[in-house]
Design a protein around this ligand. Structure first.
Ligand code: ADA
Length: 565
């Protein structure tokens, strides 16, 4: 299923998923037994493979001729790609896309095989047994594209306010896939305004970014309530004939920090959000568009204005939905709760950096993304950890200086990284993991940040708070794990955070119950993380109405919040 808008009118693009592929497990009792799996999919949703961990092959065939580009939007978690029997690409990390080009294919049928591995071990520094499931499979769409000698890899759009109007800055990445020189004209149009065509010459296999800009006036802004969207269109031409194109969607908006506030187009943001895992019992992490849209409707119904893509980059179609429905997104790289030792895995640095690079390259234009997050609850209390945080923050600043950065910390009064990002964020669980009154705990933490850390004076966000409840477990004692207890804990947590004068908002942990790694069974009934306000089938718990009421109450407060310009 495609993006929510057309990305090409000239380049021929065909989805290779959305149909049955051959699936052959490489391990265990069923080794070598071929099956047919509808793709995209997680193999755990197929009878007999509920707990399968290891390697398996997915294969299909397609017709093509000449130069092609294959785009994999997500393979969980390691992919080795073979075209007509030859290995052509390898990729690690389930949640970021990768691409590979192949040249001069003979006219006819070609075979595509992807060896997929979701095993744990030293080769995998980010996917480790964790409080969510690492599924196996081709979890997001695969596309085949016919390309010419050169093609447009990406086009990044930045909007900068200039007086009454805007400057639109574009970075267009072009790539020559052939062994000879190539020359053509690049034509760009942004929000209807045409930019003077640029003559480009590329050496053999050269990749180059071309910069351009234009001025726009009279445009509508992208905002939470009113998400206006525009297009940037790029075309490559030779002798007045267009041979490649790329269409991207963007919004006019600027994110900035003023003192302790995060602003969008000068208006203070007040976050009422949810952390959300991509997870569903019927689909694993390979949710179809309709299920994603269903989640968005529930979030809207709850009165939420933001989603945190905990703990990895999300499917671009989910981000498209957020762009269209005006939902603010905290998008983060892939990492959850890695200890210093885990961060010392020799693969950690490169895998985490690749993830950041691929996330920002692919998702740069989504106006809904207002902040980049890194390293949820990792070793931000150690010197070694700090070096890793610093490198990752520096990389983000290099790739995208337009958005603030942050990290969800659990290092209560011991975090030494708060001076690095623009926004200070904490995950707190008073009334769940301990019984401290929420406001007392929060004030104490915030006072420490202000008095003893370089995070002083920065916006302060609560990136997680919540409590567990098993769906249907009603209890006169209101004991932990009952729906009553969860509703009451959330009432206390949300009220304390949203009424505090210094918090920029809150993300509830979490939207829906999710499957976790079997290794985590001892701390989680049902081997699920049960802190959703809806269960895994999206059935509302008692807390649903509580959250809805409180979010509504605090919308009124936000409307009264001061506006800056
Ligand atoms: C952490 C973590 C989440 C989840 C949560 C919980 O703060 O970031 O992934 O594990 O706690 O349920 O305890």
């Amino acid at each position: 299923m495609e993006r929510l808008f057309k990305t090409h009118y000239i380049r021929n693009q065909e989805e290779l998923t959305g149909k049955y592929w051959d699936f052959v497990p490489c391990e265990g009792e069923k080794t070598g037994e071929a099956q047919q799996f509808m793709t995209p999919c997680c193999w755990e949703t197929h009878p007999g493979f509920e707990n399968y961990r290891g390697k398996a092959e997915f294969s299909t065939s397609f017709y093509a001729k000449g130069n092609i580009r294959l785009q994999f939007k997500g393979v969980s978690h390691t992919a080795t790609v073979f075209l007509d029997g030859n290995e052509i690409a390898g990729h690690y990390n389930a949640y970021t896309p990768f691409e590979v080009c192949a040249n001069e294919l003979a006219d006819g049928a070609h075979s595509l095989k992807v060896l997929v591995d979701n095993g744990f071990g030293e080769d995998s520094a980010l996917h480790v047994p964790n409080d969510y499931q690492t599924y196996g499979g081709i979890i997001r769409p695969v596309y085949l594209e016919n390309i010419n000698s050169s093609y447009i890899r990406y086009c990044h759009v930045t909007t900068v306010r200039k007086g009454e109007g805007w400057t639109v800055k574009l970075s267009v990445c072009l790539k020559n896939v052939t062994g000879g020189k190539d020359a053509f004209v690049l034509k760009i149009k942004a929000a209807g305004s045409e930019i003077k065509p640029v003559e480009v010459g590329l050496d053999a296999f050269e990749e180059r970014v071309v910069y351009a800009e234009t001025e726009c006036t009279g445009v509508s802004l992208w905002s939470e309530g009113c998400p206006a969207l525009y297009f940037a269109e790029c075309e490559l031409e030779k002798n007045d004939v267009a041979f490649d194109d790329l269409r991207e969607r963007f919004g006019f908006r600027e994110v900035s920090i003023k003192g302790g506030d995060i602003l969008m187009n000068g208006k203070k943001l007040f976050i009422k959000g949810f952390c959300r895992h991509e997870d569903h019992p019927m689909f694993g992490c390979a949710l179809p568009l309709e299920a994603m849209a269903g989640d968005i409707e529930l979030l809207k119904e709850l009165g939420a204005n933001s989603v945190r893509t905990s703990h990895y980059p999300n499917d671009e179609r989910f981000l498209d939905l957020c762009d269209e429905r005006g939902i603010l997104v905290w998008e983060e790289n892939h990492a959850r709760g890695l200890s210093e030792e885990q961060m010392k895995n020799p693969n950690f640095e490169l895998q985490a950096e690749d993830c950041i690079r691929e996330m920002i390259t692919a998702h740069f234009n989504h106006p809904s993304i207002y902040i980049w997050g890194i390293l949820n609850e990792c070793a931000s209390d150690s010197e070694y950890g700090r070096e890793c945080y610093k490198k990752q923050y520096d990389l983000i600043a290099e790739l995208d200086p337009t958005r603030p950065r942050s990290s969800a910390s659990c290092k209560f009064k011991t975090d030494i990284c708060l001076g690095l990002p623009e926004v200070v964020s904490y995950n707190i669980y008073p009334q769940w993991y301990h019984d401290t009154p929420v406001r007392e705990y929060l004030d104490d933490l915030h006072e420490w940040v202000e008095k003893d850390t370089q995070g002083a004076g920065k916006p302060f966000l609560i990136t997680e708070t919540g409590a567990g409840a098993i769906y249907g477990n009603r209890d006169v004692r209101h004991a932990k794990w009952s729906e009553e207890y969860q509703a009451e804990a959330l009432e206390k947590q949300l009220t304390a955070v949203l009424s505090s004068p210094y918090c920029s908002g809150v993300y509830i942990w979490q939207f829906c119950d999710v499957r976790i790694s079997d290794e985590w069974w001892y701390s989680r009934p049902r081997t699920m993380n049960n802190k959703g306000v809806v269960d895994e089938y999206r059935r509302p718990k008692l807390s649903f109405e509580t959250v809805k009421r409180i979010f509504k109450e605090y919308s009124r407060n936000a409307d009264r919040a001061e506006n800056f310009s």
